[in-house]
Design a protein around this ligand. Structure first.
Ligand code: ADP
Ligand code: MG
Length: 596
């Protein structure tokens, strides 16, 4: 199957990505922007403009600039409500299908969306240097058949074979890596975008996400915060309100200030000659912005309550709450979500990119990893990196044909880990120390709780047999590439010796791997049980406490014995003894968080 791109066709912004040997990357336009505004300008006197250039036309040519077209996708005239008509261009609801009318011409929502998709396609092709023709496109979970079909037609109009339409919350959950959660895990996806709010509850069932319930509001989002902010800014400048061009320049500056306030405490807005005469200047604090935005965010609360009721769940039944949509970058929105759901949301991904990343992962799953490679040579020995516990993790197995690219995602093993040391290894032995080290380097990332930072490591052996190792922090996109010595230029004797050794040590090597893995698990559980006992100390019945302490000391004894089987059994027994402990802790945490 050909390569497939993943597309988030958003109400406000759209993105496109592709699977690059093992992990998803988003493709930028010529200016380096990964977000393309979902805006199309149709000037009478020129060709259509799409994306940022169209966005700039919005103020100058409001009647010729189409935005938020997704709201009209697949709708009939009588599906529209009055608030839907509140756009600066003309909407024609007379025909069987809603359309936009610009300069006497009718445009269906599919046609407008196709222009946006076409722009993404062109950006991707320019970035990749070759054509792309297959796509996965995401839609809101509540989209009905007509809306999904319209989205598919838009893709086809843009020249794509649309391989699948995927629900946005499902894509987001994939991007957060939640397909790795245990089966029947329940996930809330809180998605606050530019003009729409969606809240969905998913359940993981045999590695497939099922939408249990969905709710939301198609007229609620970051735009409302912008409007409140602008109203606040022009309070004492009455004359500005009647000057659309000034308001439009102010809006642009206000949005930039709003974004800045997600990471800083203050922002200043300076616009020279805003009304042609006077300069505009204002400083706004994060606290002020939060006060203006709070009523907007508060409106999402009822939808969250309703979706839980529809799914017949309590907040405590959720295994994970994830954030999607640019507005959830605002710290007070994160706090709000934590309060509503009685648990900290998972903030490990860029909220405005997760849907596109997930669409791309889905595209990668569909296309499979089949590669069309010319058989040039093979790798004589396996290549990999050292992982926690000193184990060898193979990335390119021996006898792979080159050129070849392969990659994998890794997570951190320690809380607040700031960097990961990538040790590149070659050889067939289970333990890193028994293989040859080809090189070593560090990749840095933002501190995060253990297991959350995700680093993609990609190995590429070019036609010359040179190994290029790339490590990328999947969250910030920061990356490091290192070229190492020839990976295939190994003497036959050395290869034979290595393979001979690996066969000779096969049993002891395997035993060592099994032991190391059990040991890692013990250490993790012992730390978790210690912390848990501290937390629920006085509420625990003495009998249960004694059992747990007994199991803990069994694990410690097994650790000293160095018998793998005994350690695994002791781990399992401790795991069983602490099952109810875990439930208590969750209950306790909720109690102290004062869930509504
Ligand atoms: P959609 O899914 O509707 O296409 P997005 O997820 O791209 O929209 O969200 C766009 C909204 O997010 C806009 O209102 C934008 O101003 C807001 N936004 C983006 N980045 C930030 C930020 N750093 N702080 C606050 N709001 C942001
Ligand atoms: Mg979105």
């Amino acid at each position: 199957m050909d390569e497939i791109v993943g597309i988030d066709l958003g109400t406000t912004n759209s993105l496109i990505g592709i699977m690059d040997a093992g992990f998803p990357i988003l493709l930028a336009d010529a200016d380096g922007a990964r977000l393309t505004p979902s805006v199309v300008a149709l000037p009478e006197d020129g060709p259509p403009l799409v994306g940022s250039p169209a966005q700039r036309m919005r103020a100058l040519r409001p009647r010729e600039t189409i935005y938020s077209i997704k709201r009209f996708m697949g709708l009939r005239g009588d599906d529209l409500r009055d608030e839907d008509m509140d756009v600066s261009y003309e909407i024609d609801r007379s025909g069987a299908q809603v359309s936009a009318r610009v300069n006497g011409q009718r445009y269906s929502p599919e046609e407008i969306s196709a222009l946006i998709l076409g722009k993404l396609k062109a950006n991707a092709e320019a970035a990749l240097g070759h054509a792309v023709s297959h796509a996965v496109i995401t839609v809101p979970a509540y989209f009905n058949d007509a809306q999904r079909s319209a989205t598919k037609r838009a893709g086809e109009l843009a020249g794509f074979a649309v391989e699948r339409i995927v629900n946005e919350p499902t894509a987001a959950a994939l991007a957060y890596g939640l397909d790795k959660l245990s089966t029947r895990a329940k996930i809330a996806v809180y998605d606050l975008g530019g003009g729409t709010f969606d809240i969905s509850i998913l359940e993981l069932n045999n590695a497939v996400f099922e939408v249990l319930a969905t709710n939301g509001n198609t007229h609620l989002g970051g735009d409302d915060i912008d409007t409140a902010l602008i109203r606040h800014l022009i309070q004492n400048h009455d004359h500005l309100a009647a000057n659309p061009e000034a308001i439009s320049r102010l809006r642009e500056a206000a949005i930039a200030a709003k974004h800045k306030l997600s990471s800083e405490e203050f922002a200043t807005i300076e616009i020279p000659f805003l009304d042609g005469e006077t300069n505009f200047s204002a400083t706004i604090s994060r606290a002020e912005l939060e006060q203006l935005g709070r009523p907007v965010i508060e409106r999402t609360r009822a939808h969250c309550r309703r979706v839980l009721a529809d799914a017949k769940l309590e907040p405590a039944d959720l295994d994970e709450v994830i954030l999607v949509g640019g507005v959830t970058r605002m710290p007070f929105v994160r706090q709000f979500v934590a309060e509503v759901f009685g648990r900290e949301p998972n903030v490990t991904q860029n909220p405005d990119e997760t849907v596109a990343i997930g669409a791309t992962i889905q595209a990668g799953i569909l296309s499979g990893a089949v590669r069309d490679v010319v058989l040039l040579d093979v790798t004589p020995l396996s290549l990999g990196i050292e992982t926690f516990g000193g184990l060898m993790n193979v990335i390119i197995p021996r006898n792979s044909t080159i050129p070849i690219k392969a990659g994998e995602m890794f997570t951190t093993a320690v809380h607040n880990q700031r960097s990961m040391s990538i040790k590149v290894l070659q050889g067939e032995r289970e333990m890193a120390k028994d293989n040859w080290t080809l090189g070593q380097f560090e990749i840095e990332f933002e501190a995060a709780p253990k297991g959350i930072a995700r680093v993609g490591v990609q190995f590429e052996i070019d036609v010359n047999g040179i190994l290029h190792v790339l490590a990328r922090d999947t969250r910030t996109g920061s990356e490091k590439v290192v070229a190492l010595q020839s990976a295939i230029d190994v003497s036959d004797e050395a290869v034979e010796a290595m393979i001979g050794d690996s066969l000779e040590h096969a049993f002891t090597d395997m035993a060592e791997r099994v032991w190391t893995e059990a040991e890692l698990k013990s250490n993790e559980m012992l730390a978790a049980v210690d912390a848990a006992l501290l937390l629920v100390n006085e509420d625990l019945e003495p009998a249960m406490r004694d059992t747990i302490l007994q199991r803990v000391s069994d694990v410690r004894a097994a650790l000293r014995s160095r018998e793998a089987k005994r350690l695994k059994d002791a781990n399992d027994a401790l795991d069983r003894a602490t099952e109810t402990l875990a439930a208590r802790i969750v209950a306790k945490a909720l109690e102290s968080a004062g869930t509504p």
